[in-house]
Design a protein around this ligand. Structure first.
Ligand SMILES: [Zn+2]
Length: 1016
């Protein structure tokens, strides 16, 4: 884990303490009582308002008479409900998509009182609720009108504070009730889970109460509340005890504040350390690797092994030590590194030869280019069926077509103090009124509308719809941006200089208060060109050292949000041709440049190193794009101002970091850092400076080798204890990954795909598109709900897990709900590439589609049932010579057979590369390809006995009837796992013993993506 994160976490916890003990304010909750914020759904301090102090900002409303905030001897100020019909109600989307719920809080029951503590559900026949009286605290879960579990305590005290907690844990099938930090009652064999009591598609149907029951007219609670929290994880006994103790203690315990691995959520007891395949291996020959002085060698993740039967190959995974500096390569010479093959005693050696670099290296050229979105259309498959790609596209296209752009403009108009069109409601989720990330969804929306416009060439009405929306959005944003830094009325005061923005009128300093009536709207003081969905304060506060949190002195991630907006504007220009969008981006780019130019380098290093607060998405990328689109070199210089020194270069002297192949990924927040890499690559495109290219390629190699799960995503760390972070050390997914809060943040995979395709443009090797295919089919395609546009945040890969889908109505966004709009309006963008000189066509992905290659006046139709068949057919319409390079996937180890115009070609092909089919093509020429699928395992990097089962490109998940507390055991044939699996390749439905396997992207219920493998 990086020192920086420890510091950030410590600061956050300390400032929380200060808030709780001394001032009744909101605190940052990144690590609260040792639990990362990804586990926290909402937190109501109830010190002087009913706001949710978590980043989700699910603010409650108080109803009825008699609810008030009162002085309290123990907790200073608390919420009092008088029992006269008053209660608190949480927003209907608070538990959207949740599966597991824990509720914890402080309750003070007035003498003689009895009644509802909380009641979450839709009606009396569908709810999780708790009641309290002197005779006890009782939690119940009811579905379909039947009580599924009940857990009750003995008597509880009146007229004093009692800590309560309720845990509904579907994995263990228990409902537990806690009183004062100790388990007081438990129901077992509870089959209900949170999804059963929540209406995911109609938030209005959900009724989440504190102090009130689902039964209208029933008595409300006479009592007091303090610090009520809702978690999406099953709190453990120690966690509940810690929450209770910390609130009473003078200071929080240091333990568990993100340091050290949390225990695994799933039992690992049954799984041996030794690989069940170890006995087959003989040895792994030593290897030799070259490097240059000052740069760590790039060691292969897999090495050809020799087996007991003298077979050479296949490769085995080797884990090499990963130094944190470059002392081992400080001078020319040679040295030896010892690696290990996980699950075996084999220790291969690498002989490293360190050379003095000779001459200067030539930067690689961008030899391949993507086609415009409008040049490629998704088609039905060869059997006439809609493909999963088309289905997901259409869920989003129809949602976007029906969306109201004014909802996405609401917070922009609000920031500039402008009236709203009648009837417009603001967005919810991370884009609600008080969320300091507001505007981020609007940026994704701009990109998505531009892409939908470009992609819907098949439907003129849709195109017209999207063009109208785009122009309306851009016109409105343009008008707002033109107000910034100019007098409200002629002759009035104004500040045009972005570096001279004063605090809001009547304020001592800058703050992030966005509440209605409190937000500053003096746009004339904001500097020329400024555009955002909030005033400039958060940018200025970041420069002055503000940290991430929900207090008015804290910020979220201003440059992250700005990146989304600028990317949306540039997409509107580049993808859909809107010139005004470029002008808005140029103005705001100039504003950001002016501010950052005035900030000393060491301050910038501190800003970009600050957890979440300094998260800037791909600001370097949009700045480098602005340079490319405008020719103004100052924007390229601005891109460099976003260099994350520690991450990229190790230190200010540039002695390490990714540029020198030192792994600086460890423990970092995944999605904070991945876009910085695509930004480095775009900066390389503009500058031709090799370190930026090395940063991107080294990062890609490290992430793919040592940080990745089988679906092609990353993060989900137990160490550091944050599901959004990369694991603390490379190659330790088993040791440090599989967090209970989830893995594989979907926006992170969106960004990894972007990196794949951008690297491919420089280097047309198979590996980039191998990852692209894996993550596209098994994560992006798998991240959308079955019947609507709901989509995933984290994708959980623990056994018996279930995907959670949110934002079906496109009205409340997390980061991942934002990137989902983009992913699903550009699903066709990497099927084909062309060489920059238009001499070569690359066929990267096997997806039914039609390419219109206008430069060559050639159309290529791909006709296939893939992956429900292992064949594809290309039909070429048009004339002329060009090379056709077809990807031979890494998994195609059973042959790759090509026919041109019906005649077999005798070709030698290598999995993980491209086969070249150059000729002068004639109309209706056909290329038929067959690439027999096989079953294979993709094991956890440091635990070979836990693996995912693949069939060709498709990850097969095991269906589960319920949640699990262990890893799904399966027994496979030791030499050919396919012998143990039966089923139908045409439907991709298989059986392994009595376990049903099917594509993960078609799985919506409980499943195991990883299984515990034994062999026979
Ligand atoms: Zn995300």
């Amino acid at each position: 884990m990086t020192t920086r994160i420890i510091v950030a976490v410590f600061v956050a916890a300390s400032s929380f303490l200060a808030a709780f003990a001394q001032a009744p304010q909101q605190g940052g909750d990144q690590f609260l009582d040792g639990i990362g914020e990804t586990g926290l759904v909402a937190r109501y301090l109830f010190s002087d308002n009913a706001e949710d102090s978590s980043r989700n900002q699910f603010h409650a409303t108080l109803s009825g008479t008699g609810a008030e905030f009162v002085e309290d001897g123990q907790f200073r100020r608390v919420l009092l409900l008088t029992g006269n019909g008053s209660y608190a109600q949480l927003p209907g989307r608070t538990l959207e998509g949740e599966d597991t719920i824990s509720v914890a809080g402080w309750l003070y029951l007035h003498a003689g009182a009895s009644g509802p503590v909380f009641d979450f559900g839709q009606s009396a026949s569908s709810r999780l609720f708790a009641v309290a009286s002197k005779s006890g605290f009782r939690a119940s879960v009811v579905t379909g009108g039947t009580v599924r579990g009940e857990a009750a305590s003995g008597t509880i005290a009146e007229n004093q504070w009692v800590h309560f907690a309720v845990v509904l844990d579907p994995a263990s099938r228990v409902l537990s009730a806690y009183v004062d930090g100790a388990k007081a009652g438990q129901a077992t064999n509870v089959t209900a889970n949170a999804t059963d009591i929540v209406n995911r598609t109609s938030a209005a149907s959900n009724r989440f109460f504190l102090g009130r029951s689902q039964q209208d007219g029933a008595a409300t609670l006479h009592g007091r509340f303090r610090d009520v929290r809702i978690y999406r994880i099953a709190l453990t006994d120690p966690q509940v005890a810690t929450i209770q103790t910390n609130a009473l203690a003078a200071r929080q315990q240091a333990a568990g504040r993100g340091r050290g691995a949390q225990p695994p959520a799933i039992s690992t007891a049954a799984i041996p350390k030794e690989s069940v395949f170890a006995a087959r291996l003989s040895h792994v020959p030593d290897i030799t690797v070259d490097t240059v002085v000052g740069t760590l060698p790039r060691l292969p993740a897999a090495v050809r092994a020799v087996y007991r039967d003298n077979r050479q190959g296949p490769d085995v995974r080797v884990l090499w030590p990963a130094p944190t500096d470059t002392t081992s390569v400080a001078k020319a010479g040679s040295y030896t590194i010892t690696g290990r093959v996980p699950g075996t005693a084999i220790e291969p050696k690498a002989n490293v030869i360190v050379k003095v670099p000779v001459g200067t290296l030539t930067p690689p050229s961008r030899l391949a280019e993507a086609f415009p979105l409008s040049a490629v259309a998704l088609d039905r498959d060869a059997s006439g069926r809609e493909t999963p790609f088309m289905k997901n596209r259409d869920k989003f296209v129809s949602g976007l077509a029906a969306s109201n752009p004014d909802a996405f403009l609401y917070n922009f108009r609000d920031a500039f103090g402008q009236p709203q069109p009648p009837g417009v409601k603001p967005l919810e989720g991370w884009d609600n009124q008080t969320t300091r990330l507001r505007g981020h969804a609007s940026g994704h929306y701009l990109s998505a509308i531009a892409q939908a416009y470009a992609s819907t060439t098949y439907d003129e009405a849709l195109r017209k719809n999207f063009l109208g929306k785009m122009n309306y959005l851009i016109d409105t944003l343009y008008d707002l941006s033109q107000k910034s830094g100019k007098p409200e009325k002629p002759g009035g005061p104004s500040v045009a200089d972005p570096t001279a923005v004063p605090p809001g009128q009547g304020r001592d300093g800058y703050d992030s208060n966005l509440r209605a009536g409190a937000i500053r709207t003096d746009y004339w003081n904001w500097g020329a060109g400024f555009i955002s969905a909030y005033p400039p304060d958060q940018f200025i506060m970041l420069e002055k050292g503000a940290t991430y949190g929900t207090r008015d002195s804290q910020i979220w991630a201003p440059y992250y949000t700005l990146h989304k907006i600028l990317a949306g504007l540039l997409d509107s220009y580049e993808v859909a041709g809107n010139k005004k969008a470029l002008e808005i981006a140029r103005g705001m780019g100039t504003w950001a440049r002016a501010r950052l130019n005035a900030v000393p380098p060491e301050t910038r290093a501190s800003m970009w190193g600050r957890y979440i607060a300094g998260e800037y998405g791909g600001m370097n990328e949009v700045m480098a794009r602005l340079y490319r689109l405008t020719g103004d070199k100052a924007f390229l210089e601005t891109a460099r101002l976003f260099d994350n020194t520690a991450f990229f270069y190790g230190n200010a002297a540039r002695e390490g970091g990714l540029a020198k192949n030192v792994d600086t990924i460890r423990g970092r927040h995944a999605n904070q850092h991945i876009p910085q890499i695509t930004g480095a690559l775009e900066t390389f495109r503009g500058s031709k400076e090799l370190p930026y290219y090395a940063i991107a390629t080294n990062f890609w190699e490290m992430v793919n080798a040592n940080y990745m799960y089988s679906i092609g995503g990353v993060a989900g760390a137990r160490n550091p204890n944050n599901a959004e972070c990369f694991i603390a050390q490379p190659g330790t997914i088993w040791e440090n990954g599989f967090a209970s809060g989830g893995q594989n943040e979907t926006c992170a995979t969106y960004n990894l795909l972007k990196l794949d395709r951008q690297l491919f443009m420089y280097d047309q090797t198979g590996k980039y598109m191998d990852h692209y295919e894996r993550a596209l089919f098994n994560h992006i395609l798998a991240s959308v709900a079955e019947g609507d546009a709901g989509n995933t945040y984290h994708v959980p890969l623990n056994p018996g897990a279930q995907k959670r889908f949110g934002n079906a109505q496109m009205n409340g966004f997390t980061c991942c709900n934002g990137t989902a709009l983009e992913s699903n309006t550009k699903l066709q963008d990497s099927i084909y590439f062309r060489s920059a000189d238009n001499g070569t066509l690359y066929v990267n992905l096997f997806v039914p589609s039609t390419l219109n290659w206008s430069e060559k006046k050639v159309t290529v139709q791909q006709v296939t049932d893939f992956p429900y068949a292992d064949t594809t057919k290309l039909v070429i319409k048009g004339n002329g010579p060009f090379d056709l390079k077809v990807r031979v996937p890494r998994w195609a180890t059973r042959g790759f057979h090509v026919k041109v115009n019906g005649r077999d070609l005798a070709l030698k092909t290598t999995p993980g590369s491209y086969v070249s089919l150059g000729r002068t093509w004639r109309p209706n020429d056909t290329v038929e390809i067959r690439m027999p699928f096989g079953f294979y395992l993709d094991a956890v990097v440091d635990q070979p006995n836990v693996a995912s089962i693949f069939y060709g490109p498709v990850l097969l998940a095991a269906e589960e009837s319920g949640a699990r507390t262990d890893w799904r055991p399966v027994t496979l044939d030791a030499t050919d796992i396919g012998k143990s699996i039966t089923g139908d390749p045409a439907t991709l439905r298989f059986k392994l013993g009595d376990v049903v396997l099917k594509p993960y992207y078609e799985t919506y219920g409980r499943n195991s993506v990883y299984v515990h493998v034994t062999v026979k």
